[in-house]
Ligand binder design. Structure first.
Ligand code: MN
Length: 718
């Protein structure tokens, strides 16, 4: 390669541009690398010229070509980026600087002490960052990598050679594919494969070679057959060519399908290139007239282009020998796009007709770029790459530097779900480049995302509301829905449990065993019971009714008296103390137990036995357990003092209404107290009622609750 060829070829597609800068870049590079040789023994400048020529073949602008020639000068000579900026201007200096920053990607890879995966992640991160900065840097990088791979044989260190080849397969070839540059992709793949897995490469290469004559003879026959048919149909100017086989793609196909070379080697492939889109479909009809299509073997990438804008018709047909023939049909323009990817857009001026409006817009973008002298449009090209190739993706990073690809419009929640489902569920906040953002923030390429999670909990129902813009990806949306489906029962159970506990609290029955309450509703499983309360199948307000109304069996278990036993009785005889017979008993003033409460006796010094509720704080606190004695309610009942607190918005006549309820129920009231909080207009009534049993208490509490302005009614201790 020499500079004259580069200048000549560049002038063919850059007629209006002064190519002097390319000439100057060459001279500067030649001077800077003077005396340097590559491992192959070649003068270093050959590497620079080769990179420059690849960029010319890709049809890139003069600045990029110049940067290609200069790409190693900062790295390998004493020329600084500053010096380049003075000599060649901002743009070229920036491109070379980007390449220098990427230099760790190949030249130092052998020296890295970091684990391979970490190192690769860091490489990818760097690469995506510079790609976001200016995608042309990646094109220079690919041209650089291509020449390094073509001359990889000269690298003496076996392990280093293998690492470079592996990285080419893992990173650079897929990247070229993403950019639609299949020509480059295939060459990088085959070169990489050759050094990563030499035996497999050599096997396939030898097998291909062995059958080359036969294959070429067959393909030649197919081509002639198609050409005849096209001529009969009056289709002129179509180019029918055999499709080269790529060793690495054969290998991948063998791996993917788990078959031997023999089973796929004879898959023959031809490509038909025509002038315009209608002809593509015309040719398709001709081909299907010749050979029967394989079912499921047809793809219309013209009507639905691939993400990277790739277009073609693909059809597999069965030839006379019963074996498959793969046929691709495309226009010349599609062909160049497929071979050179994004760089090929550069070359097109023709107006195109496309049904796909989005594609039409992109083409118009290209045309507007091409309508003005190209070399002044480097920035437009940069924007073009961003808007077109990466039009539907953003690249963002985890705090560890791992690159994540997401659709445009993705949010931190999409990101969180992409990283891990659990992180998505527990996502509560996000930082972008260290700054807190809202969860419906739209991510941009190059941003570093940190997800703030809670220890427990799940997604919000709001996330599913499309108007709020929390989720962009179908994957995240699906995960959230799954969570709610799975949680629905658990949520109902939680809600049911809350309702039951609230009702028991209201009646100051917290210490009732929940299992026993569930049994009142003939629910063996507590979860089933809560779930039914949660869904509203069981009303928690019926708990106290059930407590009072159900048969004796359950009540015995609950330690409640049967309704008929709820009669007036004297205090003294109403309590039976098991195992010690009747003793002097007192109802404790601290917790004022009433029949129905679970109770326990406390043996006092000299005052007999005091009966407490089992959940009385004084009882729970005592460590004199030998003083506790089991007691139960006797048959005869009297009334029992119960302290009730009523919280209400104050109004006139409220106290009178409360008194009316008490009077109607024929409940005695031994004490009443009102405190008022003026600011909030709240009143708290504390009354001590003399009730005969739980049932009566429940009725009174419910009637209090029905009074206007009453907020809360609760039985309280003491
Ligand atoms: Mn280089």
């Amino acid at each position: 390669m020499d500079i004259e060829t580069i200048l000549l070829e560049a002038s063919e597609y850059l007629p209006q541009v002064d190519l002097e800068i390319i000439q100057r870049a060459y001279e500067r590079a030649n001077q800077a690398h003077g005396g340097q040789v590559r491992e192959s023994g070649e003068d270093y400048i050959h590497h620079c010229l080769s990179v420059g020529h690849s960029l010319v073949q890709l049809g890139l602008d003069a600045s990029t070509i110049a940067a290609g020639l200069l790409h190693d000068v900062v790295e390998d000579s004493d020329i600084t980026t500053e010096a380049l900026r003075r000599e060649f201007g901002d743009e070229i200096a920036r491109l070379v600087d980007g390449m220098t920053k990427l230099s760790g990607l190949d030249e130092s890879i052998g020296e890295s002490s970091a684990p391979r995966t970490t190192h690769e992640a860091e490489n990818l991160r760097k690469m995506f960052l510079v790609m976001v900065d200016d995608p042309r840097i990646i094109l220079v990088k690919l041209a650089d990598r291509l020449h390094n791979m073509r001359t990889l044989k000269a690298v003496q260190d076996n392990a280093r050679r293998r690492r470079i080849a592996g990285e080419t397969l893992d990173i650079f070839a897929p990247l070229a594919g993403r950019l639609g540059m299949y020509q480059l992709k295939w060459e990088l793949e085959d070169l990489g494969f050759r050094y990563v897995n030499p035996p497999a490469y050599n096997d396939i290469a030898a097998s291909l070679n062995e059958r080359r004559q036969e294959r070429e003879r067959q393909v030649k026959a197919f081509i002639e057959r198609i050409e005849r048919a096209l001529a009969e149909e009056g289709i002129a100017g179509a180019k029918v060519v055999g499709r080269p086989k790529h060793i690495h793609s054969i290998y991948k196909k063998m791996q993917r399908k788990g078959v031997s070379f023999e089973q796929i080697y004879d898959v023959r492939a031809v490509r038909i290139i025509v002038g315009a889109i209608p002809e593509c479909y015309h040719v398709l009809g001709v081909v299907h007239n010749l050979w029967r299509p394989v079912s499921g073997g047809f793809d219309d990438y013209i009507a639905s282009p691939k993400d990277n804008s790739y277009q073609s018709l693909h059809t597999d047909v069965v030839a006379e020998d019963g074996k498959t023939l793969e046929i691709q049909i495309r226009t010349q323009e599609m062909h160049e796009l497929a071979e050179f990817g994004i760089a090929a857009h550069w070359k097109y001026k023709e107006r195109r007709r496309q049904a796909d409006q989005a594609f039409e817009n992109r083409i118009q973008w290209f045309q507007s770029v091409l309508a003005t002298p190209r070399d002044e449009d480097a920035q437009a090209f940069v924007d073009l790459m961003k808007s077109d190739v990466f039009r539907d993706q953003v690249y963002v990073f985890t705090p560890a530097g791992q690159a994540i690809e997401l659709p445009v419009g993705s949010t931190p929640i999409d990101f969180a779900y992409h990283v891990h489902t659990e992180i998505g569920h527990r996502c509560r906040g996000a930082k972008v480049n260290g700054r807190l953002v809202s969860l419906n923030y739209q991510l941009n390429s190059g941003e570093r995302i940190e997800i703030l999670t809670t220890k427990r909990g799940g997604p919000s129902r709001d996330w599913l509301n499309p108007d709020l813009g929390y989720l962009r990806t179908a994957r995240a949306r699906q995960k959230v829905r799954q969570w709610f489906r799975r949680q629905a029962r658990e949520q109902n159970i939680d809600r049911g449990r809350d309702l039951v506990e609230k009702e028991l609290r209201r009646l100051s029955l917290e210490k009732l065993k929940l299992e026993d309450v569930a049994k009142l509703f003939r629910q063996d499983s507590l979860d089933d019971f809560f779930a039914k309360v949660g869904t509203g199948d069981i009303q928690p307000s019926t708990i106290s009714t059930k407590l009072a109304e159900t048969g004796t069996e359950e009540e015995a278990e609950l330690g409640l008296p049967p309704p008929e036993a709820a009669q007036l009785a004297t205090l003294d005889t109403s309590i039976k103390v098991k195992s010690v017979g009747n003793l002097l008993t007192n109802l404790a003033r601290c917790c004022n137990p009433v029949p129905g409460d679970a109770i326990v006796g406390y043996i006092t010094r000299g005052r007999g036995i005091t009966v407490h509720r089992k959940d009385c704080p004084n009882i729970l606190r005592t460590d004199e357990h030998d003083r506790l004695i089991e007691v139960s309610w006797g048959e005869d009942k009297k009334t029992y003092p119960v302290r009730v607190r009523i919280l209400a918005y104050d109004r006139t006549r409220l106290l009178r209404d409360i008194g009316e309820v008490i009077g109607n129920e024929d409940v005695g009231m031994s004490h009443a107290n009102v405190t008022k909080a003026k600011e909030e207009n709240l009143a708290t009534f504390t009354v001590v009622l003399e009730v005969t049993d739980m049932q009566q208490l429940r009725r009174v509490l419910s009637q209090f609750e029905l009074l206007p302005n009453v907020l809360e009614v609760r039985r309280i201790a003491g």
